[in-house]
Structure formats: structure tokens, C-alpha cells
Design a binder for this molecule. Structure first.
Ligand code: SF4
Length: 360
């Protein structure tokens, strides 16, 4: 059983096993360097990619390194680390789960030491909401929506699904992806938490190392990537209005221009983007953009917060992510952080091609 818990430390039973063995984390972090080392590796590997590194043979070390890794993530207290860590743990669990499932199917073994689909559905209370059909599965829409929320491909959007009787049809592979999302959100849940001082003191060195690696990665630079698909709904709507040639009130025009400036667009690019709208004279756009950027004024203006956007009626089409963020920039940052590196690269290339094409 310890092997199963070490393989899937996010399971409720694994958490209980750690608790009932009365494991005192403060003692572990002080006296068990192998656990601390594996915990540190879990977190560092998550910053490098979607993995938590090689598991240790010793199930006890592997199992205990999970709560210690959560402590380290909490000590560093960076949103981007929480997300990357949760994503890596979920991806690792997902790979193991896929392998277990294959073993179970191939060997037709009831005595598998791994985890079965039924177990995982039950773990996340999804068994009641999921029904097998001859061509796949059906998931209750109320269960489907929060699980698919962070999946950005269009195929996950409800409008692209043949919703029937409050159920969403999914393939087996898609059901696995939804389970991976359930795992990710459980791992992310409650992070970061307050770490007792005795534990924090013992782990200060490891936390400092993770902070250094995080700083070197400079994850925030990605915010300078312009990906309209990832814009918050309010900014997408304002950009749409501009491109449809509509006249925008001053506060709306200010909001979108300050947003585009903040994500790294140059004045020339913004002028180009607004050119389709005859109510945006080039000179005025140039003047206002330079002013907002701080080139022709003593102040560099930031885009308005969600509260201000709401008070002006510019907050529209809110989605689930909107419920969790206070500012359109925070929305965009989170979407950029969540995007695949490969996707971002594609977007950058597409942008480059577009620029080249428009320069012809
Ligand atoms: S909640 Fe914030 S980010 Fe979302 S649409 Fe409204 S203003 Fe934009």
C-alpha cells in the first residue's frame, strides 16, 4: 500500500497514512536528508518541465517528500511556482496512471498494484457524474465545466461539444485529461499555506535555492508576448469594438491602450492596430499612446483594475478566471504562464509572419 501512496501521494488515503503514522514533519525535515533532498528535487524539476524528477526506490522517502515539497512551494510563495509545481505533479501522476491502466488492461489483473480508472473517479467523487457509453463516456455538465476550465484548446469549449440531457460526451483519453485536471486542482488547492517556523527554519537553504532558480528563469518576461487569444474578455471586447470601427468613450480607449502598452506593444504597433477605425486619428492615437507610456508625460499609466473597469461598464464577458483575479494584467499573466511553451513559440512565429506580411 505504501508503494501506491508513494506513487500517488495526493490521494486522500496517502494523506491519511502520513497523518495516522503520526509523522512529525518538523522531525523529518531535521533528521531525514533523503526526504528533504527528494522534496527539493520535486520542486526544482517542476520548474524545468512537466515532471517531478525520478522517484526514489524507498517508498517512505518518496511519500514523505510530497508534503515536504508542498512546504517548500509554500515558503517560496510565488503564484507561478504553485502553478508549475501542481502541473508537474499532475502530469507525473497522469503518466503513472496511464502506465498502470495499460498494465491492468494487458494483464487483465484484478490484483494490480496500480490505480484503476474506477478508483480515480471515486477519489474525486466523479463516479456518480460519469457514465460509460458504447462510444466513450458522458460527464455531467456541472462536473465537466470546472474540470475543463483551464484547458485552453477550443475543443473543450462547451459550444463545441454535443451536449445532450445535461451530459457532455468525451472519449476515454479526454476523460483521462479531465482526471488530470482534477489532480492538478487538488494539488494546487491550499497552496501556499502558512509554514510553522520550526519547519521553515530547517528548510531555509532549500527554499533559497528554489527562489534563485525561479529568479534566473525570469518567467515574467513572457508577459511581453502579445497573444490576443489570451487577452482578458474585457480587452478582447474593446479590441473587437475598435476593429469593427466603433467609437469608444475615453475611459475604454484609455483602458485598452494602457493594456496594450503594458504588454509590450510599441506605439507604432498600436497605431497600426487602430488604423482600421476611422474614429482613431493617427496623430491622436500616437499622442495618447506616448502619453500613457510615459514618453510624453511624467507618469507611466497602468491599465485600470477590474473594479474600475466594472464601474465604467467595461468589464464584460467575465469567465471563471475573472473570479479569481483583481486586475486584467493578472488575468493575462496567468494565461501566459499557463500556456505551453510550444504554443507561445507558435504564436510568436505567427506574429512575426504577420508583421512580415503587413510590411510587404
Ligand atoms: S473581471 Fe477583470 S479581467 Fe475579467 S473581464 Fe472584468 S475587468 Fe476584465
Amino acid at each position: 500500500m505504501q508503494r501506491l501512496h508513494a506513487r500517488y501521494p495526493f490521494l486522500e488515503a496517502a494523506r491519511e497514512a502520513v497523518a495516522t503514522e503520526a509523522v512529525d514533519l518538523a522531525t523529518v525535515v531535521e533528521q531525514d536528508p533523503a526526504v528533504v533532498d527528494r522534496a527539493r528535487e520535486r520542486v526544482l524539476a517542476s520548474l524545468e518541465g512537466r515532471s517531478t524528477g525520478d522517484p526514489r526506490r524507498d517508498s517512505r522517502v518518496e511519500l514523505l517528500s510530497y508534503p515536504v515539497a508542498r512546504v517548500l512551494v509554500s515558503m517560496v510563495e510565488e503564484r507561478v511556482l504553485v502553478r508549475k509545481y501542481a502541473r508537474a505533479e499532475a502530469a507525473t501522476a497522469f503518466e503513472r496512471f496511464a502506465a498502470d491502466l495499460e498494465d491492468t488492461t494487458e494483464l487483465k489483473s484484478v490484483e494490480s498494484t496500480g490505480l484503476g480508472l474506477e478508483d480515480l473517479l471515486a477519489e474525486f467523487d466523479l463516479h456518480e457524474a460519469t457514465r460509460e457509453t458504447p462510444d466513450g463516456y458522458r460527464v455531467d455538465v456541472g462536473t465537466y465545466l470546472p474540470l475543463a476550465e483551464a484547458l485552453r484548446d477550443d475543443e473543450w469549449r462547451l459550444v463545441n461539444r454535443a451536449l445532450a440531457d445535461g451530459e457532455v460526451p468525451v472519449t476515454e483519453t479526454e476523460l483521462h485529461t479531465l482526471l488530470r485536471e482534477a489532480i492538478r486542482s487538488r494539488i494546487e488547492d491550499g497552496l501556499p499555506f502558512d509554514v510553522p517556523e520550526a519547519i521553515a527554519t530547517a528548510l531555509e537553504e532549500e527554499a533559497a535555492e528554489i527562489r534563485d532558480v525561479l529568479a534566473d528563469l525570469d518567467l515574467t518576461r513572457e508577459i511581453d508576448t502579445v497573444v490576443p487569444d489570451l487577452f482578458p474578455p474585457c480587452m478582447k471586447a474593446l479590441l473587437d469594438d475598435i476593429q469593427k470601427g466603433e467609437h469608444l468613450p475615453h475611459h475604454s480607449r484609455f483602458a485598452i491602450t494602457a493594456f496594450l502598452t503594458s504588454i509590450g506593444m510599441t506605439t507604432d504597433e498600436i497605431v497600426e492596430l487602430y488604423r482600421v477605425n476611422s474614429s482613431f486619428g493617427e496623430e491622436m492615437t500616437r499622442y495618447q499612446t506616448d502619453h500613457i507610456r510615459g514618453d510624453s508625460s511624467p507618469t507611466e499609466y497602468s491599465p485600470p483594475s477590474c473594479a474600475t473597469m466594472q464601474s465604467y461598464g467595461d468589464c464584460v464577458n467575465k469567465d471563471d478566471l475573472c473570479e479569481r483575479i483583481p486586475h486584467p494584467m493578472a488575468y493575462y499573466e496567468e494565461r501566459i504562464d499557463d500556456a505551453d511553451d510550444d504554443d507561445l513559440e507558435d504564436w510568436r512565429e505567427a506574429n512575426g509572419e504577420e508583421e512580415a506580411a503587413s510590411g510587404d
